[in-house]
Design a protein around this ligand. Structure first.
Ligand SMILES: CC(C)(COP(=O)(O)OP(=O)(O)OC[C@H]1O[C@@H](n2cnc3c(N)ncnc32)[C@H](O)[C@@H]1OP(=O)(O)O)[C@@H](O)C(=O)NCCC(=O)NCCS
Length: 176
């Protein structure tokens, strides 16, 4: 895949497992992500080994810095529909020291360009918790627009409910 200015996207390797497991257990990283039951390192390792090859249905990439060659996060396009060419996007940077440095924006520009140019998608959509202002700002920089608000559909760890925003990017919207 064509690299970005700060990062390149690459398939995940079994050697990445411990790093990713650490991120999954970091409350700051997972604060606005869908919660899942705790998973052991061995279970995550097994899941990583069993991971099927990237495809139109699910393409998962590690975000690696160009300068250091360091894995700092994960991003994915999933549930693509050939009839419409719509896919959903996920992203998080597990390395907190890389937040707000433009890495997320660069990773998404790279992934969305791949989605439009190689996967021939028409529309990329994502959901974000309304309070996650940094993520919303990042998505807007890539060209995503806010389509609507789903009320109180996210339950945070403290039991509070939050609205989520549906955002979308059409091919012509991407800020390359
Ligand atoms: C969301 C995430 C991927 C963004 O990546 P990033 O590298 O931190 O983002 P960028 O630096 O490219 O862009 C963030 C922008 O938001 C701005 N921002 C940060 N906090 C903000 C706030 N509270 N209000 C408004 N803008 C804010 C930054 O200033 C930056 O804009 P700028 O470059 O114009 O200054 C990353 O922070 C992350 O993984 N967070 C934790 C997990 C998460 O929330 N994932 C998204 C789930 S939908």
């Amino acid at each position: 895949m064509k690299p970005g200015k700060l990062v390149r996207l690459r398939p995940l390797e079994p050697e990445d497992t411990e790093t990713i497991w650490r991120w999954h257990n970091d409350d700051d990283v997972t604060r606005w992500l869908d919660a899942d039951y705790d998973e052991s390192l061995a279970q995550l390792r097994k899941r990583t080994e069993d991971r099927v090859r990237n495809s139109y249905a699910k393409a998962v990439f590690g975000v690696e810095t160009l300068a250091e060659g360091k894995l700092i996060g994960i991003t994915a396009l999933r549930d693509a529909t050939p009839e419409v060419g719509r896919a959903e996007l996920d992203v998080y940077l597990g390395q907190k020291d890389f937040w707000n440095g433009g890495y997320g924006t660069d990773a998404l520009r790279t992934l969305c360009a791949y989605g439009f140019d190689v996967m021939r998608l028409h529309l990329i959509a994502l959901w974000v918790v309304a309070e996650n202002e940094g993520a919303r700002a990042c998505y807007r920089k890539v060209g995503f627009q806010e389509d609507g608000r789903h009320r109180e559909c996210f339950r945070a760890r403290d039991g509070r409910y939050h609205d989520m925003i549906l955002m979308s990017l059409l091919e012509g919207d991407l800020v390359r």
